[in-house]
Design a protein. Structure first.
Length: 139
């Protein structure tokens, strides 16, 4: 079992996290532009769970596709696990036919299997467009 026996350690901001946020924002914009060019409206949901004071915001929801998307700035196991959890949480409040994780590159096969096992498509850029593990997630 993990034990926490040490004293508090100061935490310094991680500049890599800020770059990942910028990559994520660019990725969401590129995917929203791609969907918009195919006449699919994209919005962002604001969710305020009961008893909470801070709202949750989805990264992207494509109305016509009923597609709920969580984006991450890199295709790591940690990010994919986080995205699966966020999509599970959002899905309690936002009705969708499909859930997808938007990544900047195709992840390892094991991570694709993980996402599929959790009923999440994975989407990543390819050339001027996007590829997905679920063709229905793309127009």
């Amino acid at each position: 079992m993990e034990q926490n026996e040490g004293q508090a350690t100061p935490v310094h901001p991680n500049p890599e996290a800020h770059e990942a946020d910028r990559r994520e924002a660019r990725l969401v914009k590129a995917f929203a532009d791609y969907l918009d060019s195919r006449e699919h409206d994209c919005i962002r949901h604001r969710i305020l769970p009961p008893g909470e004071t801070c709202a949750l915001f989805t990264d992207l929801y494509a109305k016509g596709l009923s597609l709920l998307v969580e984006a991450k700035g890199s295709a790591t196991r940690e990010n994919i696990r986080m995205a699966i959890g966020q999509l599970a949480d959002y899905s309690r409040f936002v009705s969708s036919k499909m859930r997808a994780i938007l990544l900047p590159s195709r992840p390892k096969d094991d991570l694709l299997d993980l996402a599929q096992n959790q009923k999440c498509a994975v989407i990543w850029p390819v050339g001027d467009g996007f590829a997905s593990t679920n063709p229905e997630a793309l127009p």
